[in-house]
Structure formats: C-alpha cells, structure tokens
Design a protein around this ligand. Structure first.
Ligand code: 0A1
Ligand code: ZN
Length: 899
C-alpha cells in the first residue's frame, strides 16, 4: 500500500474480467502468528476470451508457497509474481481449469485491520473494498461472483467457534487435536463479502418466521460476559427482517443470519453475506452503558447491514465506482426504517413529529459532513469518475448525498412508484453485478409509464456532478391578481479541484424537486391550487437553469416555506427577511422547514457576531433569536425531542464552515458568547423545563418519547451551566450522582466539562473508576474530555499518555485524536494543534492507513481559512506529504488538498 506515486484509476476504463469463477474452495489453517490458506479456484473463460489471455490475480502482503494448475505444481517460470499480482497464462483449450494456491499471511502483525487480523484473542476478516487480496491471491473485484465453500481448522482451546458465510455443513475434531468446520454459502458472491471469524464468544439467538413461512435463525455473538448487552441488537435485527418484508417485499434468503461484535474495526459494520461483522459500538447496549443516541445508532446500523443483503449482496456493484448503487440506496432504506420504527405505535401527529426529528438529524449530518466535502478538494459526484485509493471514497457524498439522490427519486415517483421501481430493479438484476445507470433505468421505466413524455435524462446528472447546487428563490405577490409568482434559478459553482481546470467544466442544470408551502402573516397555511386540488405543500420541479411558477387564488401576501422536508440536497438563497424567518420559525406547519428557519436565524446571528468581532462594531441584538427560543421552549404542543432540535444552536463546525473566510477562533468566540447569553437570559425557562422533565422513575426505555425528554433535559442542563445560572453546577453534580442511565450520567459529565471544568474532577474520577474495564464506556470518558474547550494540546497528549490509550484501536483513536481534531477547534487551530494533527496522521498511517486517511481529511478546507490558520494548516499538510513511506490512502488526500 506504500508508494511514492499513486496511479489514478478511471471509471471509463472498466473492462469485464476475462474469466468466470463459478466455484471457490478455501481451506484455512488458522493461527494468529501465521495462517495458511489453500485455495482451489475453478475458472472458465468468459465468452469471447481469446486463448492466451492472461489470468491476473491480486495479492498483498502474502507469502507464496505453491501454485498448481489442474493439480500440477507450477515451476517458478510458469507464472509471474509482481508486487501485488500473480499472473499466468492458462491452457488455451477454452475449457474450465483449476488454479490451486497455497499461501501464508500473518494476522497478528496486521495492524491495518484489512484482510485477516487479530482483535483481542480472536480472528476477524474485513474484505471490502480490497481486503481479500490480503488473505489469498484472487480476482479481487466485485463483478467476479463465486460460490464459496470454506473449511476452517484451528486449535479448539484458542478458537472454539469457527464461523464463515452461509450454512454450517459439518464440524469435527481432528486427529492432531485441532477441530474443523465446513461452511457452504449457496449464493454466489464477490470476495468482498467473504468473512470468517474464530474465537470464543457469547451468543444469543432466536428464530423468526419469514412471510413465506420459513424459520430462520438470528444470532448475535459478543465477547464473553457481554451477552446481556446484545438483546437490543437482536430485537433490531428481527425488526429489520420484518420491516424489509412489509415495506419492500424482501425476504431473508438464508437459514441463518449472524452478527458478530469486534472490538477493533475500521468502520461501523460490514454486510458479509450471512455473517455481518460489527464494530462493538454498534452492537452492545444496556441502559447503564449506552446513551439513547447509541441505541438509535445500533438500530440504524443493524438495519443498514441487514438491508444490504438485498441492496448490495443479491444485487451488487459492477465496479467500485458504483459504490453508491448499494450505499446510497441502503442508507435511504435504513433512514426510512429508523423513521418507521420511531413513529410506530404513535398517534398520527406525534408520529409525524417523530419522523421529522429523524429527518432533521439526517439533514444535519449531511450539512455537517457532506456539504464541506462537496466544497473542498475531495469533491466528487456520488458516482466518482476516478480515484487513487478506493478506501478514500467511502464518503459522506457516496453515502449521505447518495441517499438524498435516492430520496428525490422516491419523491418524484411517490411511495408506490418507488416500490414498483425497486421490484423492477430486482426483477432485472437479481444475482448480478450492475451499475448506478441500471438502477436509474429501472426507476425510469416506471416514471415514464406514469408521466408520459417525461424521463430521467436530466435527473441522471445528479450521478455525474459534484458540488452542492444553489437555488435562488424570488417571489412577487400581485394583490390585484391574487397571484404569487415564484422564480427559481439554479447554479453550481466548480467543485473542489474543478476550479483549477481551464475552462472549468460545464455544469448543466439538475432536476430539482423543491417542496414549498405558503403561510400568511398569522402563520396560517394558505392552500395552493395544484393539479385540480387544494394542497398545503406542492413540489416545484426545476429542470432548467431557471423556472417560474404562478400560483393563483392566493388571498393575501404569503411568506414562503421552502425546501419542506429537505426535498433536495441544495443550498437556498432567498430574499426572506428576518421577520419572515421569525414567522416561519414560530409557525411553519412543516416541522423540517420550521427547524430550518430557526437554524437560519441562528446562523445569521452568529455570522453577525463574527463580523462585529472583526470590525470592532457593536454586538448584534439577540432578541429575535431569544424570543424564538423562548416560544419554542414554552410550546407545550411540541414533542420534547423536536424541541431539543429547535433549541440546538448550529454546530460549531457548521458556523466555522459558513465563514468567508473561515475563522475558527472568531467562530468559537461568537458561538461561546451566544450560548452563554441564551443560557443566561432564558435561565428561568430552562430551569422550569429541567424540573418538569424529571425522570418518572419507571424502567428505562429508548423509545422516542422518553429519550426526547432526556435529550431536552440534558440540553436544559447544558444551557443552565452555559449561562452560569445559580445552582447549575450543583444540579449537574446531583444529576451525575443520581443518574439512572448513561444518557443522564454522560449528559451531566459532558455539560460540566464544557462549562465548569473545575467542577468536573469528581465525576470524571468516579466515571473512570466505574467503567475502566468497559472499553466502549471508557471511549466516552476519553471523548468527553478531548472535545471540551479546556482540553489543550497538552491536555490531549496527557490523555494519550494514559495506560488505557492505544492508537491501534480505532474506537479509542477516534474518541481522543479525532474528537480533538474535529470537535475542539479552539485548541486545534493553534501552532501546537497543527503540529499535533500532522504527527498523529503520520503515526496512524504507519499502523492503519484507512483510519489515518480519515484523520487527514480534517484539513481539506485549509485554503478557505483566514491567513494565519491557512498558513499553519498548509505547512502541516506539507509536512505530511513530505514524510517518507506515506500510504496511498493519505497521499491521495493530502496531495489533492495541496494541489
Ligand atoms: N459496506 C460497509 C462499509 C465498510 C467499508 C469498508 C470497511 O472496511 C474498511 C468496513 C465497512 C457499510 O456500508 O456498512
Ligand atoms: Zn453500507
């Protein structure tokens, strides 16, 4: 993986693999130090393959023992072994042939956590995207799909459980004292979906009956002693199974579905066929150790991986440029699953509010992570055109923007039409490796039936274009004609490195569905006459650079409620006044648009504060925002969960990102001052809310109503501390002491660390003493400190010097190093902070390039910063780029940043 120059791979260069691989047999002699892999690959030439076409297999960090062709050992001059490939010319008779390979790999030395690796005393694999080549030589590409048979052999004392994909065929002891297990997966799959797990685990299981009446076994495996913490994950898995049947008619195609928790894992989880491997953080939960947010996170990730069984595994990607085919679609599916689970069982009004909260959280994530990506050097379309390292393209764009592109198709087709499109997609492509175009073709076939004369040709540009489009909205009301004219104009500036091209690439208009509504000055909804009926919300479909709509029968001048439900991933530019926004912030019946109006009001205030700080002018008045907040806090018709969203200031990173230029220190100052002022001036209301939201003493449940109450109560505590309200510290200390679940104790600890660090010492010591042996909870302890404004570079280094710290465990590295670099801008943006970042990127890169590359992204937008920060970040990037032995992963990121 280490190179000085990294070749660029282009989507256009795709060529099919010349050989088919119907069957694969793998035999593993498993041991941590050295594992021996014997493979038998049954190839046949694809139609049209010329005799003499070389067979090329990938391999990385492997030791070759032997190669056989149809059972005959090959001499060294009968095959070529290059850096990362093994190639040979197969017999030219056009018939099937078998390649046998024996090789060794070294799991205990594998700190990359790709391929076969050790975590604790267990063995795990991670093969997506290109990890299988670290296990054995193989055509490591997603369009080569094979039926796998896997024999695992190991010492039963060290590895009593031996798992792989599919069905367990037999298990037996061996004369040499070891044992073995034979697994067969009935479904053809690409090697990135292969998995094996070996070790000693606790397991809980249950059977569920699928809608066609089959009994299936669901199992969750965890470290010994953690069985009770896997119940929620198993419930979520059963819910996911039934939800996919109800909503998409998709049934589990296996007799057995396993989820295994791993302590060391680069990402969230992996959808290996029938054997999902999860970061333990997305499996383990009980009320004492997991927050409400962690419960929801587990539900989302369990759902996501389960849904991949159809969208990703049954129908997979032809090549890695098509990654959003499975990821965007599966994120959309997990978002809908979570929303449906939140709304389940609630009366309609509350159900709508619960769904809106989920939508707000998803949009918040998109704006926080994807919008900056789309404006920086790594900007790429959801279907990228090129990459150097595919590991760098598991991005917010491919995942979250990809999900928005699917959601827009859902909006354009409607629930029924979208479902028909999905059915058509599976009808055409079940069992195949396909492209994003194939997916859109299936959707378009339904769209064209239902909207004669229209197609998706403009819509497809969402797959081709990078950058966040801006939509300018202007409106004019004519009282005499009782008509409102709305004009939309779109443009998309060159994204990231496109700006360097001359001429910059042309960006034709996109197909943008913009959901809007009208309200009058009293906040009442004004229905719109649309396609023969009166509607509160209509969708304007902009397909050209600009478009105008005239809405008639509008009795009074309206205020426009725009981008309802966030109907498209765009940035709005409007002529709405502060008063318009304030009206929407209090009265918009669309809960998303109402939240957005509060956010926009807060953003405008924060930018005005930054500007005042810069020019030395007077600080802007807080009154408008204050009154909006007061009204939201006192509005008893709102659910506490929704109130908690309305009353959250935009994240500091969003505030920094809006600056022109970005000025982290000025943003920290403005944000901190605003939080203090809002907390202080609303102290009485916050205190009343805090008291009213006290726990009712019943058993813990992560349901949306009680978790919403806890969220708002923690926010109240945070505001009381921010505003230095009398007695706030005592309140936090009491909440910490009396906490009945992790949401309460972590809420108190975090608020103290943020606003009253001098009073946090007691709870911090207590927390550590209580949880020192639970790695996931200890991550929380580390993270709360690394993200606190009082944690300087010296402070984060002190955390890293503790015996509990290790850079090798990605969760711990994320809790400390990432948390500091992403959530502590006041301390990061200092000369020592820049040095720290460079040093940590390099230290991580020597161990784990995938994780290092993610940290290296923290400086993507250095060039948009004010001069001092800009120079400091640029120098740190240079230092990384000039370091010897950089991985391809980090090299791609920093060289693009500096390009
Ligand atoms: N397909 C997984 C994501 C994933 C990608 C790479 C990994 O290892 C480097 C692990 C997981 C998902 O979308 O959940
Ligand atoms: Zn996924």
């Amino acid at each position: 993986m280490r190179t000085d120059t990294a070749p660029t791979i282009f989507r256009q260069d795709y060529v099919p693999y010349p050989y088919r691989l119907p069957r694969v047999r793998l035999e593993f002699d498993l041991a941590a130090e050295s594992t021996r892999v014997r493979s038998e690959l049954r190839f046949e030439p694809a139609p049209g393959t010329a005799p003499g076409t070389p067979l090329v297999l990938q391999g990385e960090d492997l030791e070759l023992v032997e190669v056989r062709l149809d059972g005959r050992p090959l001499a060294a001059d009968e095959y070529q072994l290059a850096d990362d490939t093994l190639s040979l010319v197969p017999p030219g008779h056009g018939k099937p042939f078998t390649i046998g390979i024996v090789s060794l790999c070294r799991p205990a030395e594998n700190t990359t956590l790709m391929g076969l690796y050790v975590s604790g005393d267990k063995l795990f694999t991670q093969c997506e995207a290109q990890g299988f080549r670290r296990i054995t030589w193989f055509p490591d590409r997603p369009d080569v799909m094979a039926r796998f048979e896997v024999l695992l052999r190991a010492d039963p004392a060290a590895y009593p459980l031996l798992l792989s994909n599919g069905n367990l065929i037999e298990q037996a002891g061996l004369p040499d004292g070891r044992h073995q297990a034979l697994w067969r997966d009935p479904h053809p799959k690409p090697c990135y979906l292969f998995a094996l797990v070996a070790g000693d685990f606790d397991c809980i299981e249950r059977t569920e009956t699928t809608r066609s009446g089959r009994e299936v076994l669901l199992q969750v495996y965890s470290d010994k002693g953690y069985r009770e913490q896997t119940r929620w994950a198993l419930d979520c898995l059963a819910n996911a199974l039934h939800w996919d049947e109800r909503r998409f008619g998709l049934e589990l195609d296996l007799d057995r579905f396993m989820v295994v928790a791993a302590r060391d894992f680069n990402m969230g989880a992996m959808e290996n066929k029938g054997l999902n491997i999860f970061n333990a953080a997305y499996v383990l939960a009980d009320p004492a150790t997991a927050t409400d947010a962690a419960y929801r996170g587990i539900e989302a990730v369990i759902g996501h991986e389960y849904f991949h069984n159809w969208t990703g595994n049954r129908v997979t990607c032809r090549d890695w440029f098509q990654l959003s085919l499975k990821e965007g679609l599966t994120v959309f599916r997990d978002q809908e699953f979570s929303a449906d689970m939140l709304a389940a069982g609630l009366p309609p009004a509350e159900a709508a509010s619960a769904r809106a909260v989920k939508r707000i959280d998803d949009v918040h994530t998109l704006r926080l992570a994807q919008f900056p990506e789309d404006a920086g050097p790594m900007a790429h379309p959801i279907r990228p055109d090129s990459y150097q390292e595919i590991g760098n393209f598991y991005t917010a764009t491919v995942y979250e923007k990809g999900a928005e592109v699917i959601r827009m198709q859902h909006t354009l087709l409607g629930e029924d039409g979208f479902r028909a499109g999905m059915d058509e997609y599976f009808r055409r492509h079940d069992g195949q490796a396909v492209t994003c175009d194939d997916f859109v073709d299936a959707m378009e076939s339904i769209y064209a039936q239902r909207h004669p004369g229209q197609d998706f040709s403009v819509f497809r540009r969402w797959y081709e274009q990078a950058g966040t489009p801006r939509v300018r909205v202007r409106s004019h009301y004519d009282p005499a004609a009782r008509a409102c004219r709305i004009t939309l104009e779109q443009r998309c500036a060159p994204a990231g490195l496109e700006a360097r091209q001359s001429p910059p690439p042309e960006k034709p208009p996109l197909h943008i569905p913009l959901a809007i509504g009208l309200i009058d000055a009293d906040g009442r909804s004004m229905p719109i006459q649309w396609e023969g009926e009166a509607r509160d919300t209509v969708v304007l479909e902009l397909r050209e650079a600009s478009g105008t709509w005239t809405l008639t029968d509008i009795p009074r001048a309206p205020v426009l409620s725009l981008l309802r439900g966030f109907s498209a991933p765009v940035i709005l530019e409007t002529d709405r006044t502060a008063d318009d926004l304030a009206l929407l912030a209090r009265r918009d019946p669309d809960p998303f648009a109402r939240w957005d109006a509060v956010q926009e009001t807060a953003h405008r205030h924060l930018q005005a504060c930054i500007e005042a700080g810069r020019s030395g002018g007077p600080q802007p008045a807080l009154d408008t925002l204050l009154e909006i907040w007061r009204a939201a806090l006192k509005d008893e018709r709102l659910s506490p969960a929704y109130q908690a969203r309305l009353l959250a200031l935009p994240a500091l990173r969003e505030v920094i990102d809006r600056g022109e230029p970005m000025d982290p220190q000025a943003a920290v100052a403005a944000w901190t001052r605003t939080r203090q002022a809002l907390g202080a001036r609303l102290a009485d209301a916050w205190r009343a809310a805090y008291d009213a939201l006290a726990d009712d003493g019943g058993p813990y449940s992560p349901d949306p109503v009680s978790s919403g109450r806890r969220a708002l109560r923690n926010l109240a505590l945070d505001n009381l501390l921010a505003g230095q309200a009398p007695g706030a510290v005592e309140l936090a200390l009491a909440q910490y002491r009396q906490a009945r679940n992790m949401t309460e104790s972590l809420g108190a600890l975090t608020a103290l660390l943020q606003h009253a660090p001098q009073d946090a010492a007691g709870p911090l010591a207590d927390f550590h003493a209580r949880w020192r042996d639970d790695p996931l909870v200890l991550d929380r302890w580390f993270g709360a400190q690394a993200g606190a404004p009082g944690c300087t570079v010296a402070g984060v280094r002190a955390l890293m010097a503790l015996p509990d710290f290790s850079l090798r465990n990605p969760n711990r590295a994320r809790a400390v190093v990432f948390r500091f670099c992403l959530d502590n801008p006041g301390n990061l943006h200092t000369p020592e902070g820049y040095d720290f970042w460079a040093e940590q990127v390099l230290a991580l890169d020597a161990l784990n390039p995938e994780v290092a590359a993610r940290l290296s992204r923290a400086f993507d937008n250095w060039a948009r910063h004010e001069p001092v920060a800009r120079a400091g970040m640029q120098a740190a990037l240079r230092r990384v780029l000039d370091a010897p032995g950089l991985s391809r992963n980090v090299r791609e990121i920093v060289s693009k940043a500096l390009a």
